[in-house]
Design a protein around this ligand. Structure first.
Ligand code: GLA
Length: 385
């Protein structure tokens, strides 16, 4: 049995001795462009991957949640007491308990449940396996309990689970992508209003492919560095007297930078302000059907992350440089940084040769061999049956 839903069902039957009431699937994501803009109230453009996390689930009596995970092979169980005290449930269970906590904290009558989780989203690759887990559990509990929580309000709640229960100060992009994306489209999200536009992103029709290279670089201090970047951005906004860096436009950038005396803050601000504009420019090109022209914007985003936001690592820069030298139309790191994956926009028939060039460059530099896959935009979270 290899299909992820079948594996979740098998786990459910084995642990709980019967069939689940249903299956809820939520995808991982890549971000096409718009990095570290979400917590600055700015713009992002992620799309969902065809890799999903599935929760096979059923109700159970009382305020108790029992969860089996294929990955750890364990079953954990917690009640309202543990849920109501953020931090009590740890490890992967914290993402599940966090969702229950966030729902209860928002006043929902969350049903007790048994869940079996299986996933095709790799962990630690920057493809939002944690958001996929949160979204699979959240949509299962919302449906099982008949809770009044429309999809557009779910990402904020899942983000709260991650910020407050798990303790990671992430923005709203990953949960929004996992819950709100549509098949064949990228999700243009305004992280301030939470308004979305589904932008057609038909790579096949354009004769293109999106290559995802997993750098396999070890995450180096990613959590602390993420929090530090967020702090710098908030400090920059405060010094500029704006609610968030989203409120500075590229036309105002030079004047804004002149008001900041700390060179590091200046670089961070420049990344965010220019990155927001690159998202808008990318969206404009995609709306006009000019898909192959987004390449230089992707590459400019990478350069900005490397030089101004300083969140890339040698394995990542090598993958981008090599992909470009091998003919990619554009390439950039995707996700929070310090490892993870690189996206390369390539001619459909060049995906293998570009991937081969990156693999050869890694071998030459003594890096661990990278992984690679080509992807098309897939659907967001949904009940499967
Ligand atoms: C991580 C976070 C997101 C976002 C990205 C960077 O994926 O979870 O909220 O900030 O990094 O764009």
């Amino acid at each position: 049995m290899t299909d992820v839903a079948d594996r979740a069902t098998a786990g459910f039957r084995q642990e709980f001795g019967g069939p689940p009431a249903g299956h809820w699937a939520a995808p991982g994501r890549v971000n096409l462009i718009g990095e570290h803009t979400d917590y600055n109230d700015g713009f992002v453009l992620p799309f969902a991957l065809p890799l999903r996390t599935v929760a096979a689930a059923d109700r159970q009596e009382g305020a108790r949640w029992t969860v089996w995970s294929e990955l750890s092979g364990e079953t954990i169980s917690f009640g309202a007491d543990e849920v109501d005290e953020p931090g009590r449930v740890t490890g992967w269970g914290a993402y599940v308990a966090g969702v229950v906590w966030a729902l209860r904290d928002a006043g929902h009558d969350v049903p007790g449940a048994r869940l079996a989780i299986a996933s095709d989203v790799p962990l630690g690759a920057g493809l939002s396996s944690s958001a996929a887990l949160e979204a699979a559990v959240l949509t299962a509990l919302v449906d099982l309990g008949g809770l009044d929580l429309p999809a557009e309000r779910q990402p904020r709640l899942a983000q709260r689970a991650e910020n407050r229960y798990v303790g990671a100060p992430t923005g709203i992009m990953d949960q929004s992508a996992s819950i709100r994306c549509r098949d064949g489209h990228a999700l243009f999200l305004d992280c301030r209003s939470e308004g979305v536009e589904h932008i057609p992103f038909d790579l096949r029709a354009a004769g293109l492919a999106m290559l995802v290279v997993d750098s396999h670089a070890p995450h180096r201090h990613a959590d602390g560095e993420y929090a530090a970047r967020r702090k710098s951005c908030e400090a920059g906004a405060e010094r500029l007297g704006v609610p968030a860096l989203r409120d500075v436009t590229v036309d105002q950038l030079d004047a804004a930078l002149a008001r900041l005396d700390d060179p590091e803050t200046r670089r961070r601000v420049r990344h965010v302000v220019t990155e927001d504009q690159r998202v808008l420019d990318t969206v404009a090109l995609l709306r006009a059907g000019r898909v192959r022209e987004i390449g230089p914007l992707l590459t400019a985003s990478h350069v900005s992350m490397r030089d101004d936001f300083e969140i890339t690592v040698p394995e990542i820069d090598t993958a981008v440089e090599t992909a470009l030298a091998a003919g990619a139309l554009g390439a950039r790191m995707t996700g929070g940084g310090f490892g993870g994956c690189v996206l390369a926009l390539v001619e459909a028939d060049a995906a293998d040769s570009v991937a081969g060039a990156v693999t050869a460059a890694y071998a030459e530099r003594g890096f661990r061999a990278p992984g690679h896959v080509t992807v098309l935009p897939a659907a967001g979270a949904a009940r499967l049956d």
